[in-house]
Design a protein around this ligand. Structure first.
Ligand code: ADP
Ligand code: ADP
Length: 216
């Protein structure tokens, strides 16, 4: 489903964040990208998520070569196929959990009633069926991240990309989020998780270790 061949990403200013990386991820995998800060993990996830294009090499997602797609086609690919979760939950503070999740479907072409219905189903799926009308400040850190995960999966993406999803959580809430990612994976979603936590990475079926922009 994901294939990187000879991928290099150099940022303007001279930093080469990712260097000659080859990586293949099959449908249904659960993969940890693990490495120290600055090793290029986030850049990798941006490339895989088509938020950024490589300087050299090719990125294929779901059979599409990213280089051949226009920005508009890439947005459509992301909206339909890829869900993102970040360390900072990026929830709208004044909006309820269900509104935060439904807002993620605003550009999906789905009507309001169905957006709300799907948002509720996604919140039930992450174990927050009793938190639908809570606002972010009324939720614990672990619950906020679950809302963010519900938003990412409400559109039923083929792949979920999570960038340090446990980075702002205590170890118990973090373990709960990892367990949730595992459940979503078992239900069929391909999941890539970035972490610098070797214990979390070691608990997942496959590790992609990174150092200095390379897979080691
Ligand atoms: P990680 O996620 O493992 O911490 P990153 O991919 O964020 O690694 O960063 C890899 C390297 O690229 C670092 O040296 C970082 O400073 C640099 N970098 C990341 N993003 C940018 C950017 N937008 N512009 C310039 N340099 C960047
Ligand atoms: P955790 O178990 O993740 O440490 P907390 O102890 O912070 O979570 O919260 C426990 C419960 O209290 C959570 O279910 C959350 O919904 C609720 N809660 C936390 N903070 C608030 C708040 N400011 N207002 C209302 N409910 C809250």
């Amino acid at each position: 489903m994901i294939e990187l061949a000879g991928v290099t990403k150099a940022y303007p200013g001279g930093v080469t964040a990712v260097r000659s990386v080859d990586l293949a991820v099959e449908y249904g995998e659960l993969v940890a990208i693990v490495g120290p800060s600055g090793s290029g993990k986030s850049t990798m996830l941006h490339l895989i998520g088509t938020l950024d294009r490589p300087t050299h090499g090719s990125v294929r997602i779901d059979g599409h070569d990213v280089a051949t797609l226009t920005d508009r086609q890439l947005s459509a690919l992301r909206a339909g196929r890829i869900g993102f979760v970040f360390q900072q939950f990026h929830l709208a503070p004044g909006r309820t959990a269900i509104a935060n999740v439904a807002d993620g479907l605003l550009y999906s072409g789905v009507r309001r009633k169905e957006r709300e219905w799907r948002a509720e189903a996604a919140l039930v799926r992450v174990g927050l069926g009793d938190r639908l009308t809570h606002r972010p400040h009324q939720l614990s850190g672990g619950e906020r991240q679950r809302v963010a995960i519900a938003r990412a999966v409400a559109g039923d993406p083929a792949v979920l990309l999570a960038d340090e999803p446990t980075g702002n959580l205590d170890s118990v809430s973090g373990a709960g989020v990892v367990e949730l990612l595992r459940e979503l994976n078992e239900a069929g979603t391909t999941v890539l998780v970035i972490t610098h936590d070797h214990e979390i990475a070691g608990s997942l079926p496959r590790q992609v270790p990174m150092r200095d922009g390379q897979v080691v």
